[in-house]
Design a protein around this ligand. Structure first.
Ligand SMILES: C[S@@+](CC[C@H](N)C(=O)[O-])C[C@H]1O[C@@H](n2cnc3c(N)ncnc32)[C@H](O)[C@@H]1O
Length: 371
C-alpha cells in the first residue's frame, strides 16, 4: 500500500466514525447531524476535515472523534471567531439553515484548522450532563434504602458519593437539584436553580417520601474542568449540541448551582483515587461509587485496576459501613441505550434499575437482575 492510499484508508475509517456520530444526533440535534455528515464526506474526499483530524485517525471508536470535532467547532462559534457559521447556531442566537451550513463552515474550518486540530487532539468528550442527576437521585434513594433494609435498619443510610470521571462535577449535587414529576410533585430541592423534568416512566423502587441525605461528596477526573473559570464553563458549553436549547438552559442552571455550592474535582485517574478514598470506611454511611458515560473512555489497564480496587473494598464492606456501585452507562444488551445499574455489598444485591436516554431523561424504571 502506498503512503497516500494508507492515508486515504484511515480517513475512510474516520469518515465512518463521523457518520456513526452523526447517527447518534439523529432526531436530537439536526445541526450536529448535518455538520458531521458533511464533515464525513469532506474527510473521505481528503478535504480540510482531514487536516483538522490529522493525528486522530487511529483513535478508538469509544473516544468519539466526531463529537470532539463538533465540540471544537462549537467552541470556535462560542468564542465569536466564526461569525458566518454562528448564524446557524441557536446557542448564540442563530437559526440553522442546514443546506447552507457546510458552505458557511468551510471558511472558518480552513482559517482555524490548526486551532481545531490542536483542540481535537488535546481533549476527550467532556460533556457534563446535569440531566444524569435524575437517574442518579433515584438510584441513590434505592441504594440507601436497600442497604438499610439489608442491615435491619428502619432509616435509610446517609450517603457518601464518590464520582469517577466527574468532568466539571455538575452531578455531585443530586440532593440539591429539584425533580418535577408528571403529577407536579417535586423531589429533591424545589428551591434549586436547577429543576429537572426527569420524564420518568414508572418510579424508583423506593419510598420517595424519604429525603436523600448526602454527607460527603468527592470527584476525580483525568482532566477536571474548573467550572469556576470562564474557560471551564466555555469548555463544557462547547459539548452541548448547539440546537438543544433545553440542555443549554439546564447547563446554565447547573453552573449557577455549582457556583453556589462548589465541590472541587481532583485531578487523578480513577483507580488510584478510588483506592485512596475507599481506604477510609465510614461507619453508618453508605459509600457510593458512581460513574456515568465514562467507561468507554477508560483504558483497559485502568479498567482492570478499577475492578480490583472495587473488589478489595467490596470484600471489606460491612452492614454498618456498606458499599455501592451505581453506574449509568451504554449497554449492548439494551440496544446501546443507557442502563442504571446497582451493586451493594455486603448485601449481595445486583440490579439493573432501568434504561434511559444518554442525557439522563427520559428514563424508564424497570428492575431486573444485573448479571
Ligand atoms: C463524557 S464525560 C462524562 C462526565 C460525567 N460523568 C457526566 O456524566 O456528565 C467522560 C469523563 O471521563 C473522564 N475520564 C476518562 N477516563 C478516565 C479515567 N481513567 N479516570 C478518571 N476520569 C476519566 C474524562 O476526562 C471525561 O471528563
Amino acid at each position: 500500500m502506498t503512503r497516500d492510499s494508507a492515508a486515504t484508508s484511515v480517513d475512510a475509517v474516520l469518515a465512518e466514525l463521523f457518520a456513526a456520530a452523526a447517527d447518534i444526533c439523529r432526531d436530537r440535534s439536526p445541526l450536529t447531524q448535518r455538520l458531521l455528515t458533511d464533515a464525513a464526506a469532506d474527510l473521505a474526499a481528503g478535504g480540510v476535515t482531514a487536516r483538522i483530524m490529522a493525528g486522530a485517525e487511529r483513535d478508538r471508536e469509544g473516544t468519539v472523534p466526531g463529537l470532539r470535532f463538533a465540540g471544537a467547532v462549537h467552541r470556535l462559534v462560542l468564542e465569536g471567531r466564526a461569525p458566518a457559521l454562528a448564524k446557524h447556531y441557536p446557542s448564540v442566537g442563530g437559526r440553522p439553515d442546514l443546506p447552507r451550513l457546510w458552505e458557511d463552515a468551510l471558511p472558518a474550518l480552513t482559517e482555524h484548522a490548526d486551532v481545531l486540530r490542536h483542540r481535537v487532539g488535546a481533549t476527550v468528550v467532556q460533556t457534563n450532563e446535569p440531566g444524569r442527576s435524575a437517574p442518579l437521585y433515584g438510584g441513590l434513594l434505592v441504594a440507601a434504602q436497600e442497604a438499610a433494609r439489608a442491615a435491619g435498619r428502619q432509616v435509610p443510610f446517609c450517603v457518601r458519593l464518590l464520582e469517577v470521571g466527574a468532568s466539571g462535577g455538575l452531578n455531585l449535587r443530586p440532593h440539591r437539584v429539584g425533580y418535577r414529576l408528571g403529577d407536579g410533585t417535586v423531589l429533591g430541592d424545589p428551591g434549586s436553580p436547577l429543576v429537572l423534568d426527569p420524564r420518568w416512566t414508572g418510579l424508583p423502587p423506593a419510598d420517595l417520601t424519604h429525603r436523600l441525605r448526602v454527607v460527603g461528596r468527592a470527584g476525580c477526573d483525568l482532566d477536571p474542568v474548573d467550572v469556576s473559570t470562564a474557560d471551564g464553563r466555555l469548555h463544557l458549553s462547547s459539548f452541548v449540541w448547539a440546537d438543544q436549547l433545553d440542555r443549554w438552559k439546564r447547563l446554565r442552571a447547573a453552573l449557577e448551582l455549582a457556583a453556589a455550592d462548589p465541590v472541587p474535582v481532583d485531578r487523578s485517574a480513577g483507580p488510584e483515587w478510588l483506592a485512596r478514598q475507599l481506604a477510609r470506611a465510614e461507619r453508618d454511611v453508605l459509600t457510593v461509587v458512581w460513574h456515568s458515560v465514562v467507561w468507554q473512555y477508560v483504558s483497559p489497564a485502568d479498567r482492570a485496576m478499577g475492578r480490583a480496587v472495587l473488589a478489595d473494598a467490596a470484600a471489606k464492606a460491612t452492614p454498618t459501613a456498606p458499599l455501592a456501585l451505581l453506574v449509568f452507562e451504554p449497554r449492548r444488551e439494551v440496544d446501546h441505550r443507557f442502563a442504571l445499574m446497582l451493586k451493594l455489598w455486603p448485601a449481595g444485591i445486583s440490579l439493573s434499575l432501568g434504561v434511559g436516554e444518554g442525557h439522563g431523561t427520559p428514563f424508564t424504571w424497570n428492575v431486573t437482575p444485573w448479571e
